[in-house]
Design a protein around this ligand. Structure first.
Ligand code: TRP
Length: 362
């Protein structure tokens, strides 16, 4: 058994820098590390439909946006299999069998589901498909026999739930499914990058995101408008770096050599933070530096995106090809699952022989 990565995103919008530092950057590194036998990256359109049933067009439009973001961020279709969830029917079948191993109360306790139900105002009428999406996500992970799932902190409860399903399945039906491990970002700032307004989460509906596909002017305006320490009124005032998103973004994006290049007044971020805390360092200077730091990451991504945008038919070929390859793997896992559950009736010579004996025919 090799080392296999699976992770994915819901195609409900273009990807933003929170997605990038939370998971996408890591995926590209892991893909290029050569340490993994397979890397599967899923565009989770079926999951996106669990709370967008009335708007399939939004999901449909965003599949290519997410694919463009993937390719421009450095996912390489020669090294990673990029697939569209809905094109792998085996995932739905696995979900149906796993659903028998999960209780309603366990799903109700899933903190991510709980907070998403609140955010969407679903309290009084939760779509069943939405409520059960953690089970479908367990199917996504196990279908590809993933050992490693690189995701942001918000996905921790999903991985917990998946591991419980794997354990239960293997206990009831015999060792079949691979137990996955979560891989969280090691940099605390990347666990959950705040919005530009300082709110805990970047979200399209709050309008506080910087997108990987934003123009340099959009990035500049968003950074210059970022929330900082509200008590840092004059340059000479001491400032706070905790809870100050400008510094959280620097934590996530900046390296020491960027100081040498753009702001040689400091050797590293610690020195800059110390100056801000003691007073005498203005927000504008910090923000201008942050723009340069972010452009180090964003400019090459933007450039690659422009090239891929001219190759839309190739993008669809990549997705089609990836989905076909992925389906073969999922089909083989499903066959194992059915064999372990002993619902592979037509392959089961022992069962047929048993029935012949029972009825005494020959
Ligand atoms: N739930 C994930 C998100 O909202 C997307 C996703 C779907 C996923 N299936 C997955 C992530 C399997 C990791 C593994 O971002």
């Amino acid at each position: 058994m090799g080392k296999v990565i699976l992770t994915g995103d819901r195609p409900t919008g273009r990807l933003h820098v929170g997605h990038y530092v939370g998971s996408l950057r890591r995926r590209v590194e892991l893909q290029n590390s050569g340490d993994y036998d397979a890397v599967y990256i899923m565009i989770a359109d079926a999951q996106a439909l669990t709370d967008n049933a009335d708007n399939p067009e939004k999901v449909r439009q965003n599949i290519v946006e997410v694919a463009l973001d993937y390719l421009s961020a450095g996912l390489d279709p020669d090294k990673s299999t990029i697939l569209i969830q809905s094109q792998i029917p085996e995932l739905t079948e696995l979900t149906f069998y796993y659903a028998n191993l999960v209780t309603v109360s366990r799903l109700q306790r899933n903190p991510t589901v709980k907070s998403e139900i609140q955010m969407r105002g679903f309290e009084t009428s939760i779509p069943v498909g939405f409520f059960t999406y953690p089970i479908s996500q367990a199917a996504d992970i196990t279908a590809f026999r993933a050992t490693t799932v690189p995701v942001g902190e918000d996905q921790e409860p999903m991985l917990e739930q998946c591991r419980e399903i794997v354990h239960k399945f293997n206990t009831v039906y015999g060792e079949t499914l691979t137990m996955p491990q979560i891989l969280l970002p090691d940099n605390a700032a990347c666990l959950r990058l705040p919005g530009t307004d300082g709110k805990a989460k970047m979200s399209k509906s709050l309008g506080n995101c910087i997108y990987l596909s934003d123009t340099p002017e959009e990035v500049r305006q968003k950074v210059m408008g970022m929330y900082t320490d509200p008590d840092h009124l004059r340059v000479s005032d001491p400032g706070k770096v905790e809870g100050n998103p400008v510094f959280t973004y620097l934590d996530a994006f900046c390296t020491d050599d960027m100081f040498a290049e753009y702001l040689p007044d400091y050797q590293n971020l610690d020195e800059m933070k110390a100056h801000y805390q003691r007073g005498g360092l203005g927000d504008v200077k910090v923000k201008k530096f942050l723009i340069k730091v972010m452009e180090e990451t964003l400019a090459p991504i933007r450039e690659k995106r422009h090239a891929w945008e001219k190759r839309i038919p190739d993008v669809y070929d990549i997705l089609h090809d990836g989905s076909m390859r992925a389906e073969k793997v999922a089909a083989s896992t499903l066959a194992d699952v059915k064999a372990s559950m002993r619902i592979n009736y037509f392959d089961d010579q022992a069962l047929i022989a048993e029935q012949i004996k029972k009825y005494g025919a020959r």
